[in-house]
Design a protein around this ligand. Structure first.
Ligand SMILES: *Cc1c(COP(=O)(O)O)cnc(C)c1O
Length: 458
């Protein structure tokens, strides 16, 4: 066996979903009807859907079985207690508050601790995190290390926080105006890049110096822990579970989307140690999500998450997960498509600004590339760049730090031949890239414009 190196999918398929094949002409019509916004497509018009890894994964046989066990009692359901103990087995925070997804946890937390004059540092805020902070009038600060902003630069932990910038930000705004420091693992908007345990300890030390709490945005905690195990020499002997527990020990609370490393199709939670904060958050929860033992979820969803948390820290699963993502990244690079290196846990990010230098950032090279991947091959990715982050709270528009197209890999869903097909489509688009044009926005909402904006080709 020692000469056999292929890392196979550690599962076989029990139930299949057909993919509807489409032609370039059909896809061109679908694009025009959707205002060139890939979020507005009908998913049946997509062949390989890499829009997001959020809630799009396949559940295991055990998860499907657990749905039957779901107890739909309004209050005190055993499904809640199974959920709570599965969360606390990895993140032993005192209070675990279920929510229907990650942004609901954010909305509750920031409506309690945010507000005008407040500042929230993070390595890189995810779009919903930033929007929920800014919605309260507070400021969201991205303080990732400089290496994390250079797509072509190799660094094992490009998600790390810049500790000096963090310290300077707290001093500049005054610690009384920084209710909490956040660290996002892995750093989704910054390329799915991991944060080292050493860096998290460093953030903890800065927080301790100023007497501030530290929270995790833990959406991809297991992928982060696996990359720590692989890339941080001091942690190579630890299990993923041990690394996760150490991450939790360094923090005072977390927000979580169970649609990522919960291996579920819906769900999330807010967890905190502070009793008073938990009391205030539960009061908002009851207004917006539901009673504290279900928080906007059905009992069966709580069961699926509990089972998912047991499966996601499995080393065979994580080895396959991270390797299969790197497989796509390696193939794209070999095909001459520039990507953010090294590949992170859940996605490959194409450097659209680097690939399409003839399209200026304010003409949205990421949008142009994402549309081309769909038109040419029915592959749906997601612009993460100036469309997503270019509109400032003061109404001005500025280029984002990077213009990327994220190809997010749903968990346990596509096979190697699907991924080979995606590589071929990207290679073809690279071949015709000189003919690609920019876009202009003809309609946009006041917040999170990428979801509903309409575009016109230039
Ligand atoms: C997905 C995500 C969120 C928001 O979670 P939802 O379940 O989509 O509301 C927050 N932070 C990060 C890093 C995410 O990836």
């Amino acid at each position: 066996m020692s000469r056999i190196h292929t890392i196979i999918e550690p599962f076989r398929i029990k139930s299949v979903e057909p993919i509807r094949m489409s032609t370039a002409e059909e896809r061109e019509r679908a694009l025009a009807a959707s205002g060139y916004n890939l979020f507005a497509l009908h998913s049946q018009d997509v062949m390989i859907d890499l829009l997001t890894d959020s809630g799009t994964g396949a559940m295991s046989a055990e998860q499907w079985a657990s749905l039957q066990r779901g107890d739909e009692s309004y209050a005190g359901s055993p499904s809640f207690y199974r959920f709570e103990s599965a969360v606390r087995a990895l993140f032993p925070f005192k209070h675990v508050i279920p929510t229907h997804q990650g942004r609901a946890a954010e909305k509750i937390l920031f409506s309690v601790i945010g507000g005008p004059g407040k500042v929230f540092p993070n390595n890189t805020h995810f779009d919903t995190t930033r929007a929920n902070i800014e919605h309260t009038g507070a400021i969201a600060k991205d303080l990732v290390i400089a290496e994390g902003r250079v797509p072509s630069l190799e660094h094992p932990f490009k998600g790390n926080m810049d500790l000096e910038a963090l310290d300077a930000t707290i001093r500049e705004h005054g610690k009384e105006n920084v209710p909490v420091v956040f660290v996002t693992v892995t750093n989704n908007s910054g390329g799915g890049q991991p944060v080292s345990l050493e860096n998290l300890r460093g953030v903890r030390a800065v927080c301790d110096r100023h007497g501030l709490p530290l929270f995790l945005d833990g959406c991809r905690f297991a992928e982060n822990a696996w990359l720590v195990r692989e890339r941080e020499a001091a942690c190579a002997h630890l299990s993923v579970r041990e690394i996760v527990l150490e991450m939790a020990r360094l923090c005072d609370g977390m927000t979580m989307s169970a649609k990522k490393d919960g291996l579920a199709n819906i769900g999330g939670w807010l967890a905190v140690n502070d009793d008073e904060l938990a009391r205030k958050c539960r009061n908002v929860l009851i207004l917006t999500e539901g009673f504290p033992t279900y928080g906007g979820l059905a009992g069966r969803d709580l069961e699926a998450i509990a089972q998912g948390l047991a499966e996601v820290v499995d080393h065979d699963y994580l080895r396959y997960r991270v390797r299969s993502t790197a497989y796509l990244g390696d193939a794209l690079r070999a095909a001459g498509v520039p990507i953010v290196v090294p590949t992170g846990g859940h996605a490959v990010y194409i450097d659209a600004r680097g690939m399409l230098p003839h399209i200026p950032p304010l003409e949205y090279p990421g949008q142009s590339l994402a549309v081309a991947l769909y038109r040419e091959g029915g592959v749906r990715g997601c612009e993460i760049g100036t469309v997503m982050f270019g509109r400032q709270p003061d109404g001005a528009e500025r280029p984002a730090a990077m213009d990327l197209v994220r190809l997010a890999i749903p968990r346990r869903t596509y096979t190697q031949s699907h991924v080979d097909y995606v590589t071929e489509v990207a290679q073809h688009v690279a071949h015709i890239k000189k003919g690609l044009r920019g876009y202009r926005i003809v309609a946009e909402p006041p917040q999170l414009r990428h979801f509903t904006a309409r575009f016109e080709p230039l």
